[in-house]
Design a protein around this ligand. Structure first.
Ligand code: URP
Ligand code: ZN
Ligand code: ZN
Length: 465
């Protein structure tokens, strides 16, 4: 059924306009004032509400075998949680381990999502080893529309690549017009520091951060940037957590390296004292890079406000209390990760826009548009324009609520942001013209989500802007 959204304040990364949006089939076909509704059109009155482009989470884990267990969500649960929170597209990390075949891994991840997600999605393809045959397999995956890779400089022996493998991956990516995303921590230093701390009897979750200090992340970021510089590849740092690493990335940007930066929700809102809470409460807040000293919050918010930090993702990665307790005897066994796919938009709006730290256009840019540009989805996704997919978030800025595990849709028994305020939430969310959410309830079609084919970067690469 056609859709007419009337009298909303339509906000994109660069403009604001009060008016109407008409959607035929799956696409925005008209925008203007006082648009007429043909018969059989569903009319939604958006007076007093904001209308945003569907938000894009550029970094999630849904199917993830990791640290002797599996992340808790399925594409059904994660996509419904995403949509209720205003995210209409996510990019999942496809993460076979070094033991697995790369192409088979891709097929497994693809099969897990097919027909299950209620919102659109794509993948970053992890390159976790480089051996005979890897190049041919990666070429095939890129031909299938996956135009970003992922490398881990951390997680030695499991996901982590050596420098030679990093070089080969970047050289191929440069040839194919693929953007390489990277988890930047020095794997050798992490394992040495972990061993040292455990030998000293330091086994609790509060020792996770000291085992991967800021210097270790700054080194990884600097090394990734140096490899980009010398391969002329295009890169994207994921979940950057601290000022030292940010300085390394910005120094590279300044010398012309094609590098973008993502930080994730927990690093703006939580600090290392959460992981220092006794027992399982601390374990719930163990992720990598770790939650940092709170002095990093201001540089991250400032970097985000000015656009030096390009995007905000979640690194959504739910493990429940029982799984976290796998690390009771040693912090190195605590499954790393925290969910956030449902909260990202509302908490960024509340603690960023409403608290005066983030201009509303930069909010749209960081949570939607910039990711669409960097990862080859723009202008199909990431904006409101004639011809774009009708992924729309009608947002009620007068809503008041509190984050709670009791009301969440993610498949987990706790919420790392428990008790935080929500000053706004989506009242209607559409995916390609179909209403999927109304007032916090999923009312749509399960399995509606499509795997998005993406084009490679133009020759010469781009940082998306
Ligand atoms: O702690 C984290 N970040 N878990 C998920 C895996 C990763 O490093 O992104
Ligand atoms: Zn990571
Ligand atoms: Zn991740």
């Amino acid at each position: 059924m056609p859709l007419l959204i009337k009298n909303g304040e339509i906000l994109t990364a660069e403009s604001v306009f009060r008016g109407d949006i008409y959607v035929a089939e799956e696409t925005i076909t008209r925008m203007g004032r006082d648009l007429e509704a043909p018969p059989h059109t569903e009319v939604i009155d958006a007076s007093g509400q904001l209308v945003f482009p569907g938000f894009i989470d550029p970094h999630v884990h849904i199917y993830l075998p990791f640290m002797a267990t599996f992340a808790k969500d399925t594409h059904e649960t994660a996509s419904i949680a995403a949509l209720i929170g205003g995210t209409t597209t996510y990019i999942e990390m496809c993460c076979p381990s070094r033991r697995d075949d790369t192409l088979e891994g891709y097929q497994v991840w693809k099969a897990k999502a097919a027909g299950k997600s209620a919102c659109d999605y794509t993948f970053h393809m992890s390159v976790t080893k480089w051996e005979d045959g890897t190049e041919g397999q990666l070429r095939e995956i890129v031909r299938d529309g996956i135009t970003s890779f992922k490398v881990f400089l951390a997680y030695k022996g499991f996901f982590g690549v050596e420098d030679g493998e990093l070089y080969s991956t970047l050289a191929l990516a440069r040839q194919l017009g693929v953007t390489v995303t990277a988890h930047c921590e020095n794997a050798e230093l992490v394992s040495r520091l972990q061993a040292k701390l455990l030998a000293e009897g330091k086994t609790g979750p509060e020792w996770h951060e000291p085992s991967r200090p800021e210097s270790v992340e700054a080194e990884g970021t600097h090394r990734f940037a140096t490899f980009l510089e010398n391969t002329n590849a295009t890169g994207y740092v994921v979940h950057l957590s601290c000022q030292r690493a940010l300085k390394a990335a910005l120094a590279a940007k300044e010398r012309g390296v094609k590098i973008s930066v993502e930080s994730v929700l927990p690093h703006f809102l939580l600090d290392k004292t959460y992981a220092e809470r006794p027992g399982v409460e601390g374990m719930k807040h163990v992720m990598s890079p770790p939650l940092r000293d709170a002095r990093n919050h201001k540089p991250l918010w400032d970097g985000l406000a000015s656009g030096l930090i390009d995007t905000v993702g979640t690194d959504h990665c739910p493990f429940d209390t029982e799984q976290k307790l796998l690390g009771q005897a040693a912090f190195t066994q605590i499954p790393n990760g925290i969910p956030g796919i449902e909260e990202r938009v509302n908490l960024l709006y509340t603690y960023g826009v409403k608290r005066g730290k983030l201009n509303v256009h930069r909010f749209v840019d960081a949570a939607s548009t910039r990711a669409a540009k960097i990862f080859g989805l723009f202008p199909r996704k990431g904006t409101i324009a004639v011809g774009s997919d009708a992924d729309l978030v009608i947002y009620d800025p007068s809503y008041r609520g509190v984050v709670s595990a009791k009301t969440q849709h993610v498949n987990n028994d706790y919420n790392g942001f428990e008790g935080m305020q929500m000053e706004g939430r989506p009242s209607v969310v559409t995916v390609r013209g179909k209403v999927q959410v109304r007032d916090g309830q999923f009312v749509g079609e399960r399995g509606r989500g499509q795997l998005l084919r993406r084009e490679p970067l133009p020759p010469g690469g781009s940082d998306g802007r």
